[in-house]
Design a protein. Structure first.
Length: 99
């Protein structure tokens, strides 16, 4: 039963990431692309964390801690990176930045 739950979680992770990649390809502006790239780090890493935690026999093993760190780092750092990219894109649109 545990392997079925892990498989379902992994399939959901792959489908979510494919949906975000498809959104990147069909979006028109850099801001739309930033929304889809942000969505890729919102739910999928935490589903992957759940799959890793279910797969491990003991919840306090290194793979679980590593997955938790990666999920939290992606979740919080993507917000900072998206904001920085949007700010530079806005400055380039208004010609306030020099290259």
């Amino acid at each position: 039963m545990r392997s079925v739950v892990v498989d379902v979680l992994l399939v959901l992770v792959v489908l979510l990431e494919l949906l975000c990649v498809l959104g990147l390809f069909v979006s028109a502006t850099v801001y739309d692309r930033l929304h889809y790239s942000g969505a890729s780090t919102a739910l999928a890493p935490f589903l992957l964390l759940a799959a890793v935690a279910i797969r491990q026999p003991h919840p306090y093993t290194n793979p679980v801690w590593n997955a938790l760190f990666v999920a939290l780092a992606l979740f919080f750092l993507n917000n900072v990176l998206s904001h920085a990219i949007a700010r530079v894109a806005r400055q380039r649109e208004t010609r306030e930045v020099e290259l």
